[in-house]
Design a binder for this molecule. Structure first.
Ligand SMILES: Cc1cc2nc3c(=O)[nH]c(=O)nc-3n(C[C@H](O)[C@H](O)[C@H](O)COP(=O)(O)OP(=O)(O)OC[C@H]3O[C@@H](n4cnc5c(N)ncnc54)[C@H](O)[C@@H]3O)c2cc1C
Ligand SMILES: *[C@@H]1O[C@H](CO)[C@@H](O)[C@H](O)[C@H]1NC(C)=O
Ligand SMILES: *[C@@H]1O[C@H](CO)[C@@H](O)[C@H](O)[C@H]1NC(C)=O
Ligand SMILES: *[C@@H]1O[C@H](CO)[C@@H](O)[C@H](O)[C@H]1NC(C)=O
Ligand SMILES: *[C@@H]1O[C@H](CO)[C@@H](O)[C@H](O)[C@H]1NC(C)=O
Ligand SMILES: *[C@@H]1O[C@H](CO)[C@@H](O)[C@H](O)[C@H]1NC(C)=O
Length: 494
């Protein structure tokens, strides 16, 4: 009893202190989108503002967004983002928090197909296999590795800054604090240009680097160096995914925060004000019709498209108007094909002798980017990957839906084809400036960070940044926003 009383007393002083400064916590927060960005930001916002804040998460499609599964022959398979780098620290935390498990990696070899023949075959289990690469490309691949590692090492500083509560109001400020002008320049210069400069050969770029970029982004070595380096880091082995499906992280985080998930399409955000503070009216369409509600904080956790014609989400009542919505996205089609691979197409007339689980492609005019013999999201202890002569589930990624003739080229025969069409990644080069997270006082755009690099972990980093930005702005803690020389500051802080 005594302890409870003490706790209550302590709590009421805290509340009083907050009230004295006019600093009541926000009443209601809206999050638009329930992909990893929206689910993670709901979780982080609640961590910072406490459990009393009402959290409404609007989702027009399904929870998970680009984390999704498709059922084939009674098993579920990833149809969106498939795997994550081992250093995805926020994602690793979510897994621990939610009691989810890593999915066991089933060993399989990769090769790169150049149209007429395989340009690179993996001898061991990961793509950048040392000996082979050394043999083919000399010192170039070591230089590539050092280049990628340097970017990753600097990027990892973000976790330290975030642990100390620092936030950034724009993508440029964030990148600058991690990698100075070098990171900013890497968003403007191409992968090819940057790699040639550090001594990687054109042949290595054409054969290997562009194949990896096509596989992860569906784009070429002309894409910006920063996003390219982050995706090349993913080609170096040690990938993981979530047992039961990657989207379980999103539904798990939303359940944990007890967020109110509303199945609706948000159509507009309108600015009002209450006692000198901004108040946002979020309008949305449900099956029952049109509705709207007021919020202290709004986070848009979805790409904001180019123009009004492609989107129904508009911003009203803001001066100056919010119109920095340039840039478009790269379509990618994922086809899950249950059938028999045509290994002849890759130069293996006898399917039993086809040793690969993954085929990447170089920039030859290919109708597909990657082809993978995939495992279901739940795998039992005695699971083994299907042999190439058996009917298996293959995941084909292509820029456009596969034609019947193309399916007939890749497969001897098949039972079923199911597809997911995504606006997968920003089409880098379709916008010239780096966007801001802050659209207005307490209106944020989380997906802005996708214009630096697009991955699940990067969106989790963006979610933590936006939650901290909202929190620091709410309590006017301006020393924690857009600070310079953070490496030095976090070293001297305890
Ligand atoms: C085929 C494919 C493969 C990929 N592979 C990988 C990979 O291996 N590793 C990796 O790390 N990343 C990968 N990615 C990228 C990764 O999936 C994305 O970076 C990440 O999932 C984006 O999360 P998000 O929450 O920001 O956006 P999304 O997941 O797109 O979520 C946005 C959500 O907002 C909803 N929404 C949009 N507008 C509205 C509205 N007006 N009202 C209500 N709701 C709305 C949408 O329905 C959607 O659910 C891949 C992506 C694709 C498509
Ligand atoms: C980035 O580009 C600017 C302008 O071109 C240049 O001054 C600066 O030195 C570059 N930074 C690095 C690290 O290359
Ligand atoms: C798949 O894995 C998830 C997470 O471990 C579990 O909740 C689910 O029951 C499993 N499904 C099957 C069919 O084993
Ligand atoms: C979008 O629509 C609003 C009004 O609905 C208009 O004022 C604005 O100019 C439009 N923007 C573009 C890019 O078309
Ligand atoms: C916008 O709204 C109209 C009518 O409500 C709908 O037909 C259209 O598909 C919507 N566009 C998008 C991109 O959601
Ligand atoms: C398989 O690939 C070979 C070689 O490219 C091609 O000739 C054949 O038409 C393809 N399809 C089938 C069903 O064998």
């Amino acid at each position: 009893m005594a302890r409870a009383a003490l706790l209550l007393a302590a709590l009421s002083t805290l509340v009083a202190a907050a009230a004295a400064g006019g600093d009541a916590p926000p009443g209601k927060i809206a999050v638009v989108g329930a992909g990893i960005g929206g689910s993670a930001v709901a979780h982080f916002l609640q961590q910072h503002f406490g459990p009393r804040v009402q959290m409404d998460v609007f989702e027009k499609g399904t929870v998970g967004g680009r984390l999704a599964t498709i059922s084939v022959n009674k098993q579920h398979y990833e149809s969106g983002a498939a795997s994550f780098h081992s250093l995805s620290l926020h994602m690793q935390d979510f897994l621990r928090l939610l009691g989810l498990r890593h999915r066991r990696e089933v060993v399989g070899r990769s090769a790169i197909f150049g149209g007429a023949h395989l340009v690179l075959e993996e001898t061991d289990w990961y793509l950048l296999n040392l000996f082979r690469l050394w043999w083919h490309y000399g010192i170039g691949f070591l230089r590539l590795q050092m280049w990628v590692e340097e970017v990753m090492e600097k990027f990892m500083r973000i976790y330290k800054y975030q642990a100390h509560g620092y936030a950034f109001s724009g993508v440029e400020e964030l990148l600058r604090s991690l990698g100075d002008t070098a990171f900013i320049n890497m968003t403007q210069r191409s992968v090819a240009e940057s790699l040639l400069q550090v001594g990687v050969t054109q042949r290595f770029i054409d054969d290997v680097v562009s194949a990896v970029l096509r596989a992860s982004y569906g784009q070429s070595a002309a894409m910006p160096a920063f996003a390219g380096a982050m995706s090349l880091a993913g080609a170096q082995g040690n990938l993981w995914s979530v047992e039961g499906g990657n989207k379980l992280v999103c539904s798990g985080l939303l359940r944990l925060t007890k967020a109110n998930v509303i199945h609706a399409t948000v159509t507009s955000v309108t600015l009002h004000s209450k006692e000198g503070k901004a108040l946002y009216e979020v309008s949305y369409e449900t099956e029952q019709g049109h509705n709207s509600d007021f919020y202290d904080i709004v986070v848009i956790a979805s790409p904001l498209p180019l123009d009004n014609s492609s989107s129904n989400l508009t911003f009203q009542g803001f001066t100056p108007p919010i119109d920095d919505l340039q840039g478009s996205y790269q379509p990618t089609v994922v086809s899950l094909v249950h059938g028999y691979l045509n290994s002849s197409y890759f130069g293996f007339p006898d399917p039993k002798l086809f040793p690969f689980a993954s085929i990447l492609t170089t920039d030859f005019p290919s109708f597909f980017n990657t082809l993978d013999n995939i495992c279901p999201v739940n795998i039992s202890a005695n699971f083994r990957r299907k042999q190439p002569q058996e009917a298996a589930v293959w995941r084909v990624q292509s820029p456009k839906p596969l034609l019947r003739t193309e399916l007939k080229t890749l497969f001897r025969s098949y039972y079923s084809v199911q597809t997911a069409e995504w606006q997968a990644h920003p089409l880098y080069g379709s916008r010239r400036t780096l966007p801001s997270f802050a659209l207005h006082d307490q209106l944020f755009h989380l997906s802005a960070l996708e214009w630096a690099a697009s991955s699940v972990e990067v969106m989790a980093v963006a979610a933590k940044n936006v939650a901290l930005l909202a929190y620091n702005r709410w309590y006017q803690d301006l020393d924690k926003i857009d600070q310079k020389d953070l490496m030095h500051k976090v070293k001297t802080e305890l």
